[in-house]
Design a protein around this ligand. Sequence first.
Ligand SMILES: [Mg+2]
Length: 210
Amino acid sequence: MKNILFDMDWTLYSFENWQYKWSKLESEVQFNATKILKSLEWDNFLQKFEEIKSRYWEEFSLAFEELYKIKKEDYFNKVWDIYPDKFILNNKNVLEVFTYLKWLWYDIYLVSESPLIWINRVLFFLKIKSLLSWIYSWQWNERKSNWLLYEKVKSNIWSNHYMVWDQITSDIIMSKKSWFKPIYISDKQELTDEAEYNITLLTDLCDIVK
Ligand SMILES: [Mg+2]
């Protein structure tokens, strides 16, 4: 059986203005986070939110866990309870590519640090959930940046499979340490020597995997 692994955000969909920063999705997430904060800090919540942003950057879930003992899953289920339709674009022919991979008898896996509730909503929006064999998401301390998420995947389905990524440091360099074969996808046609292949469109994969 052949396996292939994919990142989700930016690899399988994109944003109108390319980045998450300043996107409508980011404001929705921040709005939902401030709603929780308001119930905890009352009048002081806006000032507290600025403090959290400067101390934790985008890692709000860690802030809520450390400061208010709110479990990461509970935080995610409130803040990321968002329907993707208004926020992201299904513009990468992902359903066609995944259908082709299944036709070639590939097992398809997802490796993403996004909250599970968001992953499930996006997969439903992209209509690909039923084509996936398994989803590896951020649990406990297993992350891409500390390499432990890749080691977890390796311990389950072994290594040496293609992984399709849009980030060089946290995705490509770290996954290579676990002996995966990274394929770099960049809409902007950027290239990296760290990847086994560089592609601009998801459909370019069809020539590599056949
Ligand atoms: Mg990504």
